[in-house]
Design a protein around this ligand. Sequence first.
Ligand code: HEM
Length: 418
Amino acid sequence: MNRTDRDVDRDISRQAPVVGLSLHHRDSDMLQDLVKLPEYGPVVRITHGDGYAWIVSDPTLVRSVLKDMRFSKEGRHAAPWFIDESGLIGSPQTSVASDIVTSEGEEHRRLRKLHMLALSPARVQGWSATISAVVDELLDDLEHRANTAAHNTPVDVVTGLAYPLPLTIICTLLGLPREVHQLMRNASEKIFFGGSAAVRDKGREQLYETVAELIDHEPNRISDGLITDLVALTRTDPPQASLTEVKAWIPSLILPGHESTASLLASALYELLSARHRGAITTGSIDAVVEETLRLHPPFPLATWRFATCDITLSGIDIPRGAPVLVNLAAVNHDPLVHPCPGQFIPHRDPINHVSFGVGIHYCVGAALSRLETRTAISAFFRRFPDARLANPDVAPQWESELLSRRIGTLPVILAAR
Ligand code: HEM
């Protein structure tokens, strides 16, 4: 029998080293640990449940694992020790129907096609005027708050702009009534940064039940949008989707649809205001600012869970069948061989390569939307407040990380005179 490269790999295979990394950092910065992981090996393990989770950090391996069909996002491949703290795969609400994030193959292609009805770059461009209008309204609010407070009182641009913009846009795109937007926000906060399984469960319950209640009992409160488009597909002959599916899909748009863009927008504002304080000249287009922020501060530093569908050897390291696998996007973005001074914000890098929206067939469906929202908000913010400055320029912002997400908690800014 001929020896294949894989056989040779097996002869020298070894266990991944175990590192003491926690996915619960609420008041600290997971990114700093993640960018150092490649120093411990191309693949490492962390303890997880009663077993381990594997983290792939070597930049070349990261890109190949994201395209390698032997790593599946379907929860049915997970080993018994796997605990889905995120609730993406294992919660009572998410398990009722397959969704785009956790499906593969033909089913994933079907769901992706339906989601792209609303989120293709061409459709998103049609949202430009709405996004500008929401940004203007939020900037009016910020200005009003600053004007009614004592001179130079800082305003928090995280709660005043970074969160409400993508929340309003995703809820409007879906057709959700304004009265439930804040409820969606509160539920999402519990799910992403709730700190405990009980709080995350509560958030999921609130989110799913509110959406289901509207679809089942108060459809007249839902405006034309993605929900009505999807519900229409349940009435075609034959039906292209079921109501149970539609109810299960909406939360997986609301959640990533605003948490990640909020993190991106707050990080971009921080970097630009911080550069201004240091007297650094930020050359680079608004597009480059957004891309460099995505590289430096990936809102999801780790991609969502994948599971080894068979025994796999990567760079001589064994990953057993069923292994839960995380892919370290942050390590690719901070690869010093590709990005000199990777920890610095340098928007005139050329090219700016990052994998913050993933790679391959699960590439983020919301990338065009979040880019448009962030560019629009940054341009309008600096047009409106050309003298804005950080309230605490010499203090690093409080980064918060939990499970797979990272963000700035608050960002007090002095808007200054117009
Ligand atoms: C800065 C903003 C965003 C970032 C950094 C981001 C990041 C990502 C990443 C890394 C993935 C791939 C996950 C994986 O392969 O495991 C992904 C997928 C996805 N994102 Fe985003 N996202 C953002 C905005 C959005 C928005 C605005 C929406 C919805 C409107 C959205 C919806 C989704 C969905 C549904 C998927 C699953 C796609 C699939 O599996 O085919 N995301 N996102």
